[in-house]
Design a protein around this ligand. Structure first.
Ligand code: FAD
Length: 323
């Protein structure tokens, strides 16, 4: 069955990401709930970032969920807007942080009442100073099990996979065994953590398949457009490897004394930023080529509420032709 939506293109009506992944590669974006009204306006107003992302015809758009549920209101507001616009499936991230079972039920009931039936089931990052989730559930495996027990098949459930191993895992083997457990507990597909190290990604792919993880893999891709953001992404939570080629790129366009606190003349900084962005875009496109050649099932772009350059990445990587 086909339908023509209001941005003027025809596509098959598929209601679950799980079903899309069975048929072809999926393509999606990730946004976060802005903290300010100005940020909300930039994301959600007519002609804003969401409208610009819809033009690229993503299958779904996910919205992050803050530690301890601090931004649940805005998360729902953003997802409501995506649902009402009807141009992409809304998917909420959801974590165990600070949530009792009763609290989880209440929030998941609300999502379903709002027509949001796709979730990324996560443990969540511990807020600063915490050493546990502070809730009734302690791992994503438990959350998946709980959601399946309470809600049956009402939710399509994605889970996180960490190609380099979760930053706090005791071993990559342990991490993979918990990923398999997420599958056994009823998860539908994997959304991966940032990984620029392609050799490690290939090793992980091989290892998870040998461990019996058959879930489709939707690869998380962070567009490389800014030096400071690239370094922060690698180190502030994930301890990601920066491979030699990317490291060379950072060095080649290094902003002195550092990209967080530039002291070079403004025009020099501007030119370096532009040159880094240009090469970073090409680097990102090559990375997408590699993921596709490995048979990954989807590309999920962490666009961080920006649409700048995203259209080029989508077009030049060939992703748009899938939809
Ligand atoms: P888990 O799979 O539960 O694993 C956490 C750690 O515990 C790992 O080291 C694992 O090896 C270990 N482990 C798992 N099960 C067991 C067990 N039974 N016994 C002992 N050890 C175990 N965070 C947010 O707060 N909000 C977001 O919106 C958000 N979005 C994300 C989106 C994506 C695509 C990804 C990949 C991550 C996102 N995160 C988000 C980050 C995520 O919450 C963190 O990486 C978190 O630290 C771990 O979550 P997890 O679901 O991978 O945890």
């Amino acid at each position: 069955m086909g339908f023509c939506d209001n941005i003027g293109y025809t596509r098959r009506k598929i209601v679950s990401v799980k079903d899309i992944l069975k048929e072809r590669m999926a393509f999606s974006f990730e946004v976060f709930p802005p903290k300010t009204d100005k940020g909300m306006e930039k994301l959600c107003s007519p002609g804003g970032v969401l409208d610009q992302l819809y033009e690229l015809r993503p299958d779904y758009i996910s919205c992050t969920y803050g530690a301890g549920g601090t931004n649940v209101g805005k998360n729902l507001e953003v997802l409501d807007k995506i649902k009402q616009d009807g141009k992409a499936i809304p998917l909420t991230h959801f974590t165990c942080i600070g949530n009792t079972k009763e609290g989880i039920r209440q929030q998941l009931d609300t999502y379903l009442d709002h027509g949001i039936n796709h979730m990324l089931a996560l443990r969540g990052d511990f807020p600063v100073g915490w050493s546990g989730t502070g809730g009734d559930l302690h791992y994503a495996t438990q959350l998946v099990k709980f959601v399946r027990k309470e809600y049956g098949d009402k939710f399509t459930i994605a889970v996180a996979g960490s190609p380099e191993g979760h930053v706090a895992c005791r071993s990559i083997e342990a991490d993979i065994s918990f990923l398999k457990q997420k599958q056994d507990n009823g998860a539908d597909y994997i959304m991966t953590q940032l990984c620029w190290d392609m050799e490690q990604f290939k090793r992980w792919l091989d290892m998870i398949r040998k461990a019996g993880v058959t879930m489709p893999i939707d690869v998380g891709v962070i567009p490389i457009t800014d030096q400071a953001a690239t370094i922060t992404m690698a180190y502030n939570r994930n301890a990601s490897v920066i491979p030699k080629e990317l490291s060379r790129l950072l060095t080649k366009h290094w902003i002195f004394p550092n990209p967080y606190n530039p002291t070079e003349p403004e025009d020099v900084v501007k030119a370096k930023k532009a040159a880094f962005k240009e090469e970073g875009m090409l680097y990102t496109i090559r990375q997408i080529d590699q993921y596709r050649a490995l048979g990954c099932n989807g590309i999920h772009m962490y666009v961080l509420n920006k649409s700048d350059g995203v259209a080029r990445l989508v077009n030049e990587s060939g992703m748009m032709d899938y939809i």
